[in-house]
Ligand binder design. Structure first.
Ligand SMILES: C[S@@+](CC[C@H](N)C(=O)[O-])C[C@H]1O[C@@H](n2cnc3c(N)ncnc32)[C@H](O)[C@@H]1O
Length: 382
């Protein structure tokens, strides 16, 4: 496919997304209906679609319409020489018409921030608001977590290099590598297949490094999902590990991933029957504001009502987690949000309604630190 034909394909996919189809589904359907497209073509179309979705507001302004064509035209106008893709040659989109002049986006629109979120994000991020929102318009780097229980970081770099994957140490976490080239080869590499590296955001790794984990501790991952943090905790110390998720099917891959990493994790439906624990991690469901680079549809789908509902769920999970911590033990509260109401304010409300808990440490990470946006608070029960 020519670059122009790939832009036309992205237009078709984005039209489906604007009709309500999730982007991943629209891309899969497009790939099935266009078997001639090779893996390079599919990757290029996918990159355009996600580049556009991260910058949907500003692309619509530049392209003059909130349509697949308007969005891709806006994307083309945002990059040097890309507008030339609209030349109507072969399968390329037709040249822009008189009604497609577009305009220069301004303010929150230029930062691709939904209007209703500007005030809470400004309040949460302060002077970093503009820089963080600008970073959210870019692709996220690919990070790996080296399983330090089995391999040193330098040895992992060498092992990956031998398979054509260029990775460098990242300062955010002792286990973090940033992949600079060959990211598409990671999952087929020996290091990955043997459980020596996992795909995991650097800030997600840094959150786990904040937890005071020691050999022999009984630890529960209360919102384990796919188990990214469960496995990261297992690599830090010789733990007795339990994992729970309200939706058990989300943990479907965890036994395979744990076996690959060489660790034992017990999946539980009722953690109350297995506790109390020395440490409980509550990596709660949240707005996902910190991971909008990877999930840009989440940015546009979030509503005030959904955020309010999430706050209630988070408080409920914190209380459940607290009851599972033994006296003297630790509750780790984590989100991948940048919004204070899900982070610091949530911790303040917890401390106000419960006696005997103290805040040991808390930190917020933003994309300016390199990884996704995250928050983690370490709370100790007296
Ligand atoms: C942020 S994700 C967890 C990500 C995971 N810890 C990781 O690092 O890969 C939040 C998880 O919480 C789960 N969840 C939602 N409500 C819950 C509840 N009330 N109790 C336990 N888990 C819940 C969701 O199913 C989801 O898998």
């Amino acid at each position: 496919m020519t670059p122009g034909a790939r832009a036309a394909a992205a237009i078709a996919v984005l039209d489906r997304v604007l009709e309500g189809q999730p982007a991943e589904m629209a891309l899969t359907n497009w790939g099935r209906a266009n078997r001639y497209a090779g893996s390079g073509d599919r990757a290029a179309v996918r990159d355009i679609v996600f580049d556009v979705l991260r910058c949907k507001r500003s692309c619509a302004a530049r392209g003059g319409a909130l349509t697949g064509r308007g969005l891709v035209l806006g994307w083309a106008r945002g990059g040097l020489g890309r507008e030339a893709l609209f030349d109507g040659q072969g399968h390329a989109p037709a040249p822009p018409g008189a009604g497609e002049a577009g305009r220069v986006p301004e303010g929150a629109e230029a930062l691709d921030c939904p209007d209703w979120l500007e005030a809470p994000l400004r309040a949460s991020l302060g002077a970093d608001f503009e820089a963080v929102m600008a970073a959210m318009q870019e692709r996220a780097p690919v990070f790996l977590r080296v399983n330090l229980a089995r391999l040193l970081r330098g040895a992992a770099v060498a092992m990956l290099a031998a398979e054509g994957i260029e990775a460098v140490a990242h300062p955010l976490a002792a286990s973090a590598l940033e992949v600079r080239a060959g990211a598409r080869k990671v999952q087929a590499s020996a290091a990955y297949r043997e459980g020596l590296v996992e795909l995991q955001d650097a800030a997600s790794q840094a959150v786990v490094e904040m937890l005071p984990l020691r050999d022999g501790m009984a630890v529960l991952d209360l919102c384990a999902g796919g188990g990214g943090k469960t496995l990261a905790m297992a690599a830090r110390a010789g733990l007795r590990l339990w994992a729970h998720d309200a939706e058990r099917r989300r943990m479907a891959d965890l036994p395979v991933r744990a076996a690959r990493a060489g660790v034992a994790v017990t999946l539980v439906d009722r953690p109350e029957a297995a506790g109390p624990f020395d440490l409980v991690l509550a990596d709660v469901p949240c707005s996902g504001a910190g991971s909008w680079r990877r999930d840009p549809e989440g940015k546009w789908a979030l509503t005030a009502a959904r955020l309010a509902a999430l706050r209630e769920v988070q408080a409920g999970i914190m209380d459940r987690a607290a009851a599972l911590v033994r006296p003297g033990g630790v509750l780790g509260y984590a989100t991948c949000s940048l919004l204070d109401e899900e982070n610091g304010a949530q911790v303040e409300r917890f401390l106000a309604r419960r006696d005997g808990w103290t805040l040991e440490t808390a930190r917020r990470f933003t994309p300016l630190d390199g990884g996704d946006g995250f928050f983690c608070a370490v709370l100790r029960r007296g």
